[in-house]
Design a protein around this ligand. Structure first.
Ligand code: ADP
Ligand code: ZN
Length: 525
């Protein structure tokens, strides 16, 4: 039956079943929906696929007036509107893709109160007369989807979203609901502040995806490593992410040449080819798509069995999102990251090239967190969820670190060498430089600062640069050192370092797994 009336008096379950064809609510959905129907503001953190849409769609049907949904992606908007219309909901969209006649008719429907839900692109909402139009109408609620787009801290900042901050005040008495799937604690506070939702009730479901197994491999022979991984998964379906279009094509070609069913996907390909690749991926139970991050947004394929990162993602949020496309059906799934320190260096160099000082600092901090995850010798899930602001009680038992715990060694001596070297360079230099001093580098930079005359110069030749890097990172994770993100990530000692430096304490660390190729060790004097 089309056009359900305002279901104000009906039980929520009735609407859930009759309109959406769903049986029961998922955790938090009902609480959120009741809160918004009652007129309260809500801030919803829920992983992708968790069921956020229902949290504003259903309340819009139970309140009188039109629900306004602000959503950044026109393609997703269209999918949602189509699905709602098919269920008999009076939904429409208003964005720059509409021809003038359609846009006029949507506005007419809106003014006549004939819409339950109107999806609007952010740049449309903020046009002066549109807000004025809405203010004259009955508005059921305002939903801001993908709310992390308002934050510069978020991984997907969109300038046109920032203006949405003015909306809350423009609609007194109308409930606002902001929703996002990714928010580290910084981003979270930022969203709430920018949107003026300090008074909103917060709802957060766990971001843990226990069926995904996280594995990180040191990237040394990426093609062979990739093939070895894919060999036993020929009957499965998965995504291989690579950083550039060129790399995507190379990897896809080489996999195809090795007999894998692999297709390339990136924004530079013709639209017809892209949609053919995407449709085949959605339809088939096996096959690999090698893609840039352009692939996957809004793809709801339950049986993606693996996601491989051939190159380092720039942020942990992006990594979480991208790996989260695996195992939506709840069955075991794999996330493999090939991690090369050269990728970190390349990313760092790129960050240094552009953006404001603040932007560079944020990017650089995020990159360090990403590298920290990859280099972590404690449970990966703990590191990942910890970054998203969620603390796991125990190790997960389903990541490479948990499954093959790293060997431990007495690192007291090594740690003291590092800490005293940080002290000798006056807590004014970063990780690379400190390691160069330890390894007795003869570089120009070392001489420029006279660091070849320090007592700690060359006292650490027993470990390679890669091994020292692992040791220093662990000291950072354990809180003996901090990287000052406001000042080029220089290393500083913390109060914890003192006892170790004085020889009052011993320390065990995980033995570094990384090995440098023979011959690339630092120059000996
Ligand atoms: P999100 O926006 O959080 O990524 P969606 O709102 O698109 O997630 O929902 C993801 C999928 O979960 C959709 O297929 C939706 O129909 C389904 N879903 C949502 N809520 C429920 C529910 N209560 N029971 C069953 N399926 C649900
Ligand atoms: Zn674990």
């Amino acid at each position: 039956p089309a056009n359900p009336p305002d279901d104000t008096a009906r039980p929520l379950e009735h609407t859930l079943q009759q309109v959406f064809g769903l049986q029961t609510f998922r955790p938090h959905q009902k609480d959120i929906i009741e809160h918004v129907i009652g007129g309260g503001d809500a801030f919803v953190l829920m992983p992708t696929g968790g069921g956020k849409s229902l949290c504003y769609q259903l309340p819009a049907l139970h309140r009188s007036g039109t629900g306004i949904v602000i959503s950044p992606l026109i393609s997703l908007m269209k999918d949602q509107v189509d699905a709602l219309t098919a269920n008999g909901v009076r939904a429409a969209m208003y964005n720059s893709n509409l021809d003038a006649a359609t846009a006029r008719s949507v506005l007419a429907q809106l003014r006549a109160g004939e819409l339950d839900l109107l999806y609007v692109a952010p740049e449309r909402v903020m046009r002066q007369n549109f807000v004025a139009t809405l203010q004259q109408l009955e508005i059921a609620l305002v939903a801001i989807d993908e709310a992390h787009c308002v934050s510069q801290w978020g991984h997907d900042f969109r300038p046109e979203y920032a203006a949405l901050g003015a909306l809350r005040e423009a609609f007194p008495g109308v409930p606002f609901i902001a929703l996002t799937a990714t928010a580290d604690p910084h981003t979270r506070e930022d969203i709430v502040g920018v949107l003026g939702l300090e008074g909103a009730r917060r709802f957060a479901t766990s971001f843990d995806r226990p069926n995904i197994r996280y594995t990180v491999l040191e990237k040394n022979q990426p093609r062979r490593q990739l093939m070895r991984f894919l060999e036993s998964r020929r009957e499965e379906s998965g995504i291989v992410y690579a950083l550039s279009r060129k790399r995507v094509e190379e990897v896809a070609a080489f996999l195809a040449a090795e007999g894998f069913a692999a297709a390339a996907y990136h924004a530079g390909l013709p639209a017809a080819e892209r949609s053919a690749v995407q449709e085949r991926f959605l339809r088939d139970d096996r096959g690999i798509v090698v893609a840039t991050v352009a692939f996957g947004m809004g793809i709801d394929k339950p049986n993606v069995r693996f996601v491989v990162h051939y190159d380092l993602p720039r942020h942990l949020e992006a990594y979480y999102q991208e790996t989260g496309r695996a195992g939506r059906d709840g069955l075991p799934a794999e996330a493999l990251l090939l991690f090369g320190t050269q990728d970190v260096a390349a990313a760092r160099a790129q960050i240094e090239q552009g953006g404001s000082e603040t932007q560079r600092r944020i990017e650089s901090h995020k990159l360090s967190a990403m590298a920290g995850f990859a280099e972590s010798l404690t449970c990966r899930r703990r590191v990942l969820l910890g970054y998203l602001g969620e603390n796991l009680e125990t190790d997960c038992g389903n990541c490479d670190v948990c499954l093959v715990p790293p060997e431990r060694f007495d690192a007291t001596d090594a740690a003291r060498k590092v800490l005293s070297c940080v002290y000798r360079v006056r807590q004014n230099f970063g990780l690379r430089h400190v390691i160069d001093v330890l390894r007795g580098s003869d570089s120009e930079r070392i001489h420029k600062f006279g660091h070849h005359r320090l007592s700690t110069w060359g006292i650490g030749r027993e470990y390679s640069t890669a091994e020292w890097t692992s040791i220093v990172r662990q000291l950072i994770h354990r809180g003996y050192l901090v990287q000052d993100i406001t000042r080029y990530s220089v290393l500083r000692l913390t109060p914890l370092a003192r006892a170790l430096l004085r020889g009052e304490e011993t320390l065990e660390l995980a033995r570094p797994r990384v090995r440098e190729a023979a011959g690339s060790a630092g120059r000996k004097p």
